[in-house]
Design a protein around this ligand. Structure first.
Ligand SMILES: Cc1ncc(COP(=O)(O)O)c(C=O)c1O
Length: 367
């Protein structure tokens, strides 16, 4: 019988949609709570609010909303090229770094190809792979992190992309730069290594790889970075990729002509100059991670040491604990869809927000 509606291909109908953090207004409606009393620690956002320079840049850019943005992002690319010591031809701007991950699969995956990624790695890798009709090859984790030798062994002639998240979300695990570089060097040069560094700025300087410089050495490397986290611009959606010019060119061919809006470009340029904001965000994050760690220790809840702006805690019956936290007006992220059904991921918030979470968790844990 002919279908009475358009039927998408199997690989599209089988996509399990991305589950975002629960919006504050949804919980307020459902629980009849005042939104102002709700604490949301569910989407790894920067809790500080935007910096003054960013607000001024957005206000100035908002005077010209009737024009399309610069589709090539000349000024933002120039600022990034200078900061990263790369050529502008090595850069791709994205509507969030999520866009860069999507563009990589759009440019390099055909139906039936393989993409390799780790168990418990960022949800967009399997999603975007499946959207291309390609096969996701999931490599079991080691200590909840990437098992690089096993990932290398999983590469076959069908593999076109390998995804590495460093640090990884939701586990917060981190790989030493020397191990990552050795991995990239060992991957066949016709396989694109996507090194997702959305949380890069939260690392201590000694933990950080000079991955932008690696792109001149390894033409099969694409590094993605985000303005959503330490730079505090999640709502504006802006991120970037760094790669050899030939790879950057391919991604630029498949992106939308105006994928990064004018306010986002202006804000990102201003944010890059505001190193004090990023440093203060990282300091707040370190203190908040320690606060959450101490609180979880006191509650005897195990958690993974995190290199990001979030902590993954093993609470046991995570569905029940999550419901109890919601009843207390605290939104965190269940991670059953990451194969971690006993765990909850909590984003590092302001000190008082972290304290609210810990107090609500103590209540939620009562039998
Ligand atoms: C590991 C990782 N990569 C990429 C992203 C995408 O971030 P954005 O699109 O906001 O840059 C996220 C968002 O949480 C993430 O956790």
């Amino acid at each position: 019988m002919t279908a009475t509606y358009p039927v998408a291909p199997d690989h599209i109908r089988e996509i399990a949609p991305y589950v975002p953090g629960k919006p504050v207004d949804d919980l307020a409606r459902e629980m009849n709570l005042d939104p102002a009393t709700i604490v949301k620690l569910a989407s790894n956002e920067n809790p500080r609010g935007p910096g003054r320079r960013v607000l001024e840049a957005i206000t100035a850019a908002a005077q010209d909303l009737t024009r399309y943005p610069d589709g090539n992002g000349f000024a933002l690319k120039a600022a990034l090229a200078q900061r990263l010591a790369v050529d502008p031809s090595q850069l791709i701007l994205g509507n969030g770094s999520n866009d860069i991950l999507e563009l990589a699969t759009l440019a390099y995956l055909r139906p039936g190809d393989d993409a390799v990624f780790a168990a418990h790695a960022f949800a967009v890798y399997p999603l975007s792979t499946q959207a291309r009709g390609a096969n996701g090859i999931v490599v079991p984790a080691r200590n909840y992190g990437h098992d690089l030798p096993a990932m290398l062994a999983a590469i076959t002639p069908r593999t076109r992309i390998v995804f590495i998240a460093n640090p990884n979300n939701p586990t917060g695990t981190w790989l030493p730069p020397a191990d990552v570089e050795a991995f990239i060097a060992a991957v066949p040069c016709d396989v694109l290594v996507v090194l997702d560094e959305a949380y890069n700025e939260y690392l201590q300087p000694a933990e950080r790889a000079d991955s932008a410089a690696w792109t001149t050495k390894y033409p099969h490397l694409l590094v993605s970075r985000s303005f959503s986290k330490a730079y505090g611009l999640a709502a504006l959606r802006v991120g970037y990729g760094v790669a050899a010019p030939a790879v950057a060119d391919m991604l630029n061919r498949v992106r939308q002509p105006f994928n990064v809006n004018a306010l986002a470009q202006a804000a990102a340029i201003a944010a890059l100059t505001d190193t004090a904001y990023v440093e203060a965000s990282c300091a707040l994050n370190r203190a908040g991670r320690a606060q959450l760690g101490a609180g979880l220790d006191a509650l005897k809840i195990p958690y993974l040491p995190s290199h990001g702006n979030f902590v993954l805690a093993r609470v046991g019956d995570a569905a029940r604990i999550n419901r109890a936290l919601l009843a207390e007006g605290v939104i965190v992220r269940p991670v059953g869809n990451y194969g971690l059904p006993e765990w909850l991921r909590v984003t590092v918030g302001l000190p008082e927000e972290n304290a609210r979470f810990l107090a609500a968790l103590a209540i939620a844990l009562r039998p």
